[in-house]
Design a protein around this ligand. Sequence first.
Ligand SMILES: *Cc1c(COP(=O)(O)O)cnc(C)c1O
Length: 399
Amino acid sequence: MSIYRELGIEPIINASGSVTRLGGAVMPPEVVQAYVDAAQATVPLEHLQALASKRISEATGTDAGIVTTGAAAALTLGTAAILAGLDAGKMERLPHTDGMKNEFIIAREQRSGYDHAVRAAGARLVEVGFNEIIANAGVRRTEVWEYEAAITEKTAGIVYVYSTGSRPNLADLVRMAHVNDIPVLVDAAGELPPCENLKAIPATRADVIAFSGGKSIRGPQSTGILCGRKDLITSAALQMLDMDDHPELWTPPEEFIPVSKLTGMPRHGFCRSMKVAKEQIVSLLKALELFTSGAYLPLVPKYRERLLAIAAALSNHPVSCELIEKGDEESPPSLEIRLDESRLQQTAFDICRGLRGGSPAIYVGHGKLPQKTLVLIPTCIRDEQWTTLTKRLSDALTP
Ligand SMILES: *Cc1c(COP(=O)(O)O)cnc(C)c1O
């Protein structure tokens, strides 16, 4: 960690998980080694991505896949692929889509800041459904018929944000979409673990799916995966890869980029600005191998034990602690610390601010501060930091 100090910045204690704001996951040593090895030689990237495609298709049960610079970039690439297909002329035009099929239907309840990733490629979002539950104005979620009713001759695709509770059911939506010849792009960025989601989400027959590489897979922060239908992955690859070669010499792997199916040799595409480094591809593949082989599973009981030790250390403080488990053996537990703000004479926001302001700074999960609750997510806490974390929490939570 001394490289950060050398630069003049102190590493934090990250009890907030692999969030982007704090630099994503901590890479396991094997992944770091793969990165270091890959950085010391060069290979043609279209051949490397073709190899990655095989690994990703095995891991996800899809026809093909590429490594991207994150799930958000994967969403942009997936959108660009749906908009342009294998048409080199359309690839050239993106993100300008006037006169093309350019509408993507999205449930109003699934809109978020990640919409930028889809709109960036030139898509126009068309909203369906309502946010009635949040508005406390009803009990229903978005339904399949609402998407179907919104399909017009301008519809290019449907974009869907996957989570355990998302509605409507993705497989039902895909069935309707395919009857209408409309592809479905899925944001599944943070839906791992469980590992089975790598296959279960594509098994809905959704056309292209985005996963994050820098969250639970523990690859480099700016990596992701786009997987799905072969022609769409080919289109995405073409729009991201560097295309500066002579057509006479250009011989990409045929099963990955079937040159005969293209209308011409594309130039640099719209997603050239999202280029992936060889080191990122190689180390993400190593991380994917570790994740899918269960190498991270032994960490779960260790996290549980350490969080329970923190709960025990806080047993005489004006807080109540609850260990939150998803009920599977893969998902890391978290610890929710609910504060008695009146006895502490501080709000959860005050405590959180104080922890961030200390040395080293401590960042706890901040999603439940309005409910007077700090959340400890263990995945990015380094072994040697637990003692300090326990002591600092104990001090901060003493009235
Ligand atoms: C994290 C996340 C993303 C972005 O993933 P990156 O790999 O950081 O680009 C997109 N959508 C959702 C729902 C996410 O949670």
